[in-house]
Design a binder for this molecule. Structure first.
Ligand SMILES: [Cu+2]
Length: 161
């Protein structure tokens, strides 16, 4: 009789031990997760202190600005042997869109420095090209048809900081 009474108690004790170990293990995992999350949070906090906070907020604003993407659009018409716009000025990071329409002859609009070009278009046609002005400087655009470039069918793209 006594043995039978002890047995279930022993069994229960064993189960309790397993459960306790499991709980401790789970708590350890939770603690570890919380701690690593907190460490991460603390390191973010560090960057957000005083002056850095202002910088971070400002750069956040800058990122939003970039995400909006400032598109600079230019309508250029072409005839032998000139473009209606000979100088384009944009800011670095701007998306540039060139809408080219052809008055007479066959022309295109090419800028090697940004590996961009419209297709060759004939009178009455229009096309466009878009690219990001991702570097500053003065770059030449031109018409690649025949010797149009040599005949002065060129212009300047000025990208400012
Ligand atoms: Cu041309």
């Amino acid at each position: 009789m006594e043995e039978e009474k002890i047995k279930p108690t022993k069994k229960g004790g064993k189960n309790m031990t397993i459960i306790s170990v499991a709980i401790v293990a789970i708590l350890a995992v939770i603690f570890f997760l919380i701690k690593s999350a907190k460490d991460e949070f603390d390191s973010i906090d560090m960057d957000m202190t005083s002056d850095n906070l202002v910088e971070n907020v400002e750069s956040l604003g800058q990122d939003e600005k970039d995400a909006e993407e400032n598109i600079e659009e230019f309508d250029i018409s072409a005839k032998p042997f000139e473009f209606s716009i000979k100088e384009i000025r944009v800011k670095k990071g701007d998306k540039v869109r060139i809408n080219l329409s052809i008055e007479s002859g066959i022309h295109d609009w090419v800028i090697d420095d940004f590996s961009s070009a419209t297709s060759q278009l004939s009178a009455g046609q229009s096309g466009f090209v878009e690219f990001i002005a991702d570097k500053t400087g003065v770059f030449e655009y031109y018409c690649s048809v025949g010797n149009h470039r040599q005949l002065g069918m060129v212009g300047k793209l000025i990208v400012e900081e």
